[in-house]
Design a protein around this ligand. Structure first.
Ligand code: 1CP
Length: 355
């Protein structure tokens, strides 16, 4: 089994991705894409035919295949584990489903401390299929494109809480924030519960060989800095601190977080993910001596190739001011994206001069 510390010192140590996150000189700017696996790929649609999302996530052979698909097609510098932020909740017994075209739907939304207490903590025994999938992947990735690191991930407490409290996807997160402002005891219990589950889910992936982790706080941008700092940051910080003890680099990402970047960095990130609304040159001084990840507007892949690559060049140039830079989109790949455009983008970024 590959241990995390070995992953940093071992055969993947020379990978552009791991060098960039550690702030070391890179052979080229590394690139991967959030949601690089998924509906934009015809080979994904083929293997997912007739298989429900959560069933796919629980099938190690399918997880290995789907995770590898974009690595083979694009030659990206990192793989992102194919799973979902609500998978660990499902694994401990929360009644939820991922509905096609909708997203996660929770049968009995959380309202009270008793509701929180009914959710078990996650142990590795809840997710043997995750351990199996990560081990299988790490073996395959070691010999893919000269060695490709695997990024494990989990949802951050606020973003996961939003699904548990709203019962499904939400724009305003109104019930979630009402609990946060109006029922601090329930909120605190819920955030502690999710922080424990997310940390344990990351620990399982790292123990099985993941080289880095990303904590997705996709909806944190709904909060003011003061509310983020008081109600959310301590819980995300606990997740990141637990993973920090394992010695793997931690990426912390959210959407619409221009005002939160210093706090998201301080929460315990080695790399701060930046969405496309914040120019990278603006973000870099806000995150301290840390690497950044991002941040091409995901709609730019629908523009002519020369327009897309000109914007990508600006981002690579801006990234030079950071301790390290991992190129990515500013949020996930849009399902109607043309994979050929992402291939062009990948080749462009990887061949762009680093100095
Ligand atoms: O059947 C399908 O194909 C369903 C679509 C889908 C996929 C491909 C969902 C439902 N989840 C996933 C995989 C997934 N989810 C990955 C791995 C693939 C990769 O990145 O290549 C990851 C990292 C996630 C994480 C995730 N799930 C986040 C955080 C990232 C982000 O995009 O901000 C969130 C918010 C979710 C919830 C979720 N799951 C699925 C959907 C459609 C949603 C979003 C719903 C909403 O808008 O609230």
């Amino acid at each position: 089994m590959t241990r995390p510390a070995d992953a940093l010192a071992g055969p993947l140590a020379g990978s552009a991705f791991l060098k960039a996150v550690r702030g070391e000189p890179v052979p080229h700017t590394p690139v991967w894409y959030m949601r690089q696996a998924g509906r934009s790929l015809p080979e994904y649609l083929r293997v997912r035919e007739g298989v429900a999302m959560l069933d796919a996530c629980a099938d190690p052979d399918l997880v290995v295949e789907i995770t590898l698909q974009p690595v083979r097609r694009y030659g990206v510098d990192a793989a992102i584990f194919f799973s979902d932020i609500v998978l660990p909740l499902k694994a401990v017994g929360v009644d939820l489903d991922i509905k096609p075209g909708v997203g996660p739907v929770v049968a009995e939304p959380v309202r009270t401390v008793a509701d929180v207490e009914r959710i078990p903590d996650l142990t590795p025994e809840h997710v043997p299929f995750i351990t199996e999938a990560v081990r299988g992947l790490v073996g395959e990735l070691a010999v893919t494109n000269g060695g490709t690191p695997l990024i494990g991930f989990a949802g951050a407490p606020f973003t996961v809480a939003s699904y548990l409290v709203e019962g499904g996807p939400s724009k305003e997160h109104a019930r979630t924030k009402a609990m946060m402002f109006g029922a601090p005891d329930v909120w605190d219990a819920l955030m502690r519960k999710i922080a424990g589950i997310s940390a344990a889910f990351l620990e399982v992936q790292v123990a099985a060989g993941a080289s880095a982790v990303q904590l997705f706080d996709s909806w944190a941008g709904a909060l003011t800095p003061a509310d983020y700092e008081q109600y959310v940051m301590p819980h995300s910080a606990r997740v990141l601190a637990r993973v920090g003890q394992l010695g793997v680099p931690r990426i912390h990402f959210g959407v619409g977080t221009t005002n939160l970047l210093p706090l998201m960095a301080e929460a315990g990130a080695d790399v701060v993910g930046v969405d496309w609304r914040t120019p990278l040159g603006h973000a870099i001084p806000l995150v301290g001596d840390r690497a950044v990840q991002g941040n091409l507007d995901p709609t730019l892949v629908f523009a002519p190739a020369d327009v897309m690559t000109a914007r990508a060049a600006e981002i690579v140039e801006a990234g030079r001011a950071a301790r390290g830079h991992v190129f990515n989109l500013g949020h996930g790949v849009i399902p109607s994206t043309d994979p050929d455009q992402l291939k062009r983008l990948t080749e462009f970024v990887q061949s762009y001069p680093v100095e």
